[in-house]
Ligand binder design. Structure first.
Ligand SMILES: *[C@@H]1O[C@H](CO)[C@@H](O)[C@H](O)[C@H]1NC(C)=O
Ligand SMILES: *[C@@H]1O[C@H](CO)[C@@H](O)[C@H](O)[C@H]1NC(C)=O
Ligand SMILES: *[C@@H]1O[C@H](CO)[C@@H](O)[C@H](O)[C@H]1NC(C)=O
Ligand SMILES: *[C@@H]1O[C@H](CO)[C@@H](O)[C@H](O)[C@H]1NC(C)=O
Ligand SMILES: *[C@@H]1O[C@H](CO)[C@@H](O)[C@H](O)[C@H]1NC(C)=O
Length: 371
C-alpha cells in the first residue's frame, strides 16, 4: 500500500514536471502616487523594481518617462490605458495610433513591453463604456500591426467580483450575465485568436472580508489541518483561497468554451493597514504572511488544481504606499521607499520545478520509510 502510494505520487508529480514549461512571472504594480506627494523619479522607480528582482512591472498610468526608464532592463512592462480613453479608442483607430506613437513606438523593443491592457475594471468604474471595450481593444491591436509590432498582445483587465457569480465551489462559477454572453464571450474569442491573455484582479483579502466562514489561514496560504475546502463536483481539495478564486475563473472560462486562454492576475495583495479600525486583519504581519505564501505557492510550480500550468503572471499590488489616512496601505514599500516586509520576490527560476519535484519525492520517500 505504502509503495503504491509512493509510485503513484512520483508518477503524478513527474507528469506535472513535463506538463508545463515555466513558473509564473512575478511582477509589481506601480501606481501613480497620491498628490500632493511627488512621485519618485522614473529612474528611481526602475532601479527599485529591478533591485527587488521583479521580473515584470505593471504601469497603470503608462507614463512614458517610466517606460523609458526601464529600457535595457530585463523587466517586462504591462501597460494599462486609462478607462476614459476606451470610447474614443473604439471610435477612432488614428487615436489608437496616436497613443502608441506616444507610449510604445519611441521605447519598444528596448523597453520590453509585453502586453497592453485597454482599461482596468471598466465594468465597475465606467459601466457605460463596456460596449466599447472590444472595439477599442481591436483598434489598438490593429494599430500595433499598422506599426509592424506583432509581438505585443492586447487585452483588458476585469475585477473578480464584477464578473464571477460565485466561488463556492469553483466548479459552479460562471460569468455574470448578461456581460458573460455580450462582452466576455466575444472578447475571449478575440484573445484566443490573437494569442493574448485574460487579465483579472483577484483579492483573497476582499473575499475573506465578505465571507466570515472563510478561515483566515485559508486566505493566507497557511497549511493548518482544517484549512481546506472540497469541491464535491470535481473532487478537488483546495488548500488556499487564491487557488479557489483562480479556478473559479478557469471554470467560468471553460463553460464559455475557452479552456486554454492564459490567465494573468493583474492585481493581488494584502493591505498592512485598513481604511478604518474595523479592518483588523489589515496588519503588516498578515500582509507579510500573504505575500510570502503567494510567492512560495507560485514558485512551487504546482499551478492550480484545475490548471496545472497555473497562472501565467501575477502582479502584486502595489510598489509604494499611497499617502493619506483613510486609504488602505497596499505598498510593499513605505513612502520613503524602504522595505516593509522580509519577502524575496525574485521569480525563482533557480528553485525551479525540478527542485520542487525532488523535494516532493523526498517527502514521500520519508513517509514510506516511516511506514
Ligand atoms: C538580461 O538577461 C540577459 C540574458 O538572460 C543577460 O545576459 C543580461 O545581462 C540581462 N540584463 C540585465 C540588465 O540584467
Ligand atoms: C480621429 O482622431 C484623429 C487624431 O486625433 C483626428 O484627427 C480625427 O479627426 C478623428 N476622426 C474622427 C472621425 O473623429
Ligand atoms: C499564435 O501562436 C501560434 C503558435 O505559436 C502561431 O502559429 C500563430 O500565428 C499566432 N497567432 C497570432 C495571431 O499571432
Ligand atoms: C486616498 O488616496 C487618493 C489617491 O489615491 C486620494 O485622492 C484620497 O483623498 C485619499 N483618501 C483619503 C481619505 O486620504
Ligand atoms: C521610512 O518610513 C517608515 C514609515 O514611515 C519609517 O518607519 C522608517 O523609519 C523610514 N526610514 C527612513 C530611512 O527614513
Amino acid at each position: 500500500m505504502a509503495s503504491f502510494f509512493f509510485t503513484f505520487s512520483l508518477v503524478f508529480h513527474l507528469s506535472l514536471f513535463h506538463g508545463s514549461s515555466s513558473l509564473p512571472t512575478i511582477g509589481i504594480t506601480t501606481a501613480a502616487n497620491a498628490p500632493p506627494q511627488p512621485p519618485p523619479p522614473p529612474e528611481r522607480i526602475a532601479s527599485t523594481v529591478t533591485s527587488l528582482n521583479f521580473q515584470a512591472v505593471r504601469l497603470p498610468g503608462a507614463d512614458p518617462s517610466i517606460i523609458r526608464a526601464f529600457a535595457y532592463t530585463n523587466t517586462s512592462l504591462l501597460l494599462s490605458i486609462p478607462n476614459i480613453l476606451v470610447p474614443p479608442l473604439a471610435a477612432n483607430r488614428s487615436l489608437a495610433l496616436g497613443w502608441l506613437y506616444r507610449h510604445v513606438l519611441p521605447f519598444y523593443p528596448r523597453s520590453r513591453i509585453s502586453l497592453i491592457s485597454v482599461g482596468n475594471d471598466v465594468f465597475d468604474s465606467t459601466p457605460d463604456f463596456s460596449p466599447f471595450l472590444l472595439p477599442a481593444i481591436r483598434n489598438v491591436y490593429l494599430a500595433l500591426r499598422d506599426l509592424g509590432i506583432k509581438k505585443v498582445p492586447v487585452s483588458t483587465t476585469f475585477s473578480f467580483y464584477n464578473i464571477i457569480t460565485t466561488s463556492f465551489p469553483p466548479s459552479s462559477a460562471r460569468f455574470e450575465e448578461p456581460a458573460g454572453s455580450l462582452i466576455l464571450k466575444p472578447l475571449l474569442q478575440f484573445l484566443d485568436d490573437t494569442n493574448s491573455s485574460f487579465l483579472v484582479n483577484l483579492y483573497p483579502y476582499n473575499m475573506y472580508r465578505l465571507y466570515s466562514e472563510i478561515p483566515l489561514g485559508f486566505a493566507l496560504f497557511q497549511d493548518f489541518p482544517f484549512n481546506f475546502r472540497d469541491d464535491l463536483v470535481t473532487g478537488v481539495r483546495y488548500k488556499n483561497l487564491f487557488d479557489m478564486m483562480a479556478d473559479s475563473v478557469v471554470s467560468a472560462m471553460a463553460v464559455a468554451g475557452h479552456v486554454n486562454t492564459p490567465i494573468i492576475v493583474a492585481e493581488t495583495g494584502w493591505p498592512s493597514s485598513g481604511a478604518d479600525s474595523g479592518e483588523v486583519e489589515a496588519t503588516r504581519d498578515y500582509a507579510e504572511i500573504y505575500l510570502k505564501g503567494l510567492v512560495a505557492h507560485l514558485r512551487s510550480g504546482l499551478g492550480t488544481p484545475l490548471r496545472k500550468e497555473g497562472i501565467a503572471e501575477v502582479y502584486i499590488y502595489e510598489l509604494v504606499d499611497k499617502e493619506g489616512k483613510g486609504n488602505r496601505s497596499w505598498g510593499i514599500l513605505h513612502q520613503n521607499l524602504t522595505k516593509k516586509y522580509k519577502v524575496e520576490f525574485s521569480g525563482g527560476f533557480k528553485i525551479g520545478r525540478f527542485g520542487g519535484l525532488l523535494m516532493l519525492v523526498a517527502v514521500h520517500f520519508s513517509i514510506l520509510l516511516c511506514i
